[in-house]
Design a protein around this ligand. Sequence first.
Ligand code: NAP
Length: 273
Amino acid sequence: MKIDARTSLYGIMGKPLGHTLSPAVHNAAFASCGINAVYLAFETLHPPGCREAARALPIKGLSVTIPYKSRILGHLDSVEATAAEIGAVNTVANRGGALHGFNTDAGAALKALEGRMDLERTSCLLLGAGGAARAVGFALRGRCAEITIANRTGDRAAELAGALGCRWTPLPDAAGVRAGLVINTTPVGMHPETGRSPVPVKALEYASVVMDIIYRPRRTALLNLAERVGCVTIAGEEMFLNQAAAQFSIWTGLEAPVLEMKTAFDQAVGGIK
Ligand code: NAP
């Protein structure tokens, strides 16, 4: 990669970022399209500083991750309707010094599910009620026949269920929910605690499709359980690559080079199973 006076700057802001795969995927996308740009990891606990840096340097685009997806909203010049409704931004585009917020997580989750089942006839058990659950929940609202949120902290589940107009249950009662689709949005099972599943196999009794949005490891304990009982499984890398591809298009106006992005993901994720 040749860096010169015309190189554009992009990056991801959040903390911790030690294991983020976004730089690998986005730098591969820029290189594949011949775009003179570089994407870096900005590990920070200072969103207002990021905003000023984005305007002053300028940084052309930012991915936003934990813990800023909600907090960044008040620091932007505009927020597109879907992101505003979800209450979370994972993508910022700098257009002439004005910072615009988007959410590509919701569409990315929906894209991973579409074509795998008849969503309109499917009930969904959504594990978790954090930022990612909000994006997935809003994406599925009005698409799934029914959604039930199961979360460790009841208040948080009740709040999200209120926003989505759906039911909720404490996480230990998830096994009592009849759902054809189970989606994990909790970090339970994420590297390095890869042996854990957020729910026992009994919670998959009525499921035909199980999606885990964790992408490290690529095959989680939950997906292994689901496979064992004959469910179709969808790994977190699908949503991850979909949301990254949508970010690329927002920033460049081009179709994302998805094959090259997937190859970069495969290489970066390395030997972690
Ligand atoms: P978050 O806002 O912190 O929410 C975490 C959720 O998981 C909360 O509902 C929390 O429950 C629950 N949880 C956390 N630890 C738990 C435990 N030990 N047992 C049971 N429940 C637990 O995080 P997030 O932004 O939603 O991200 C969650 C996961 O999604 C992360 O692994 C992240 O990497 C992944 N993610 C993947 C993609 C993708 O593109 N594939 C995109 C976004 C996020 P409480 O309410 O009780 O705390």
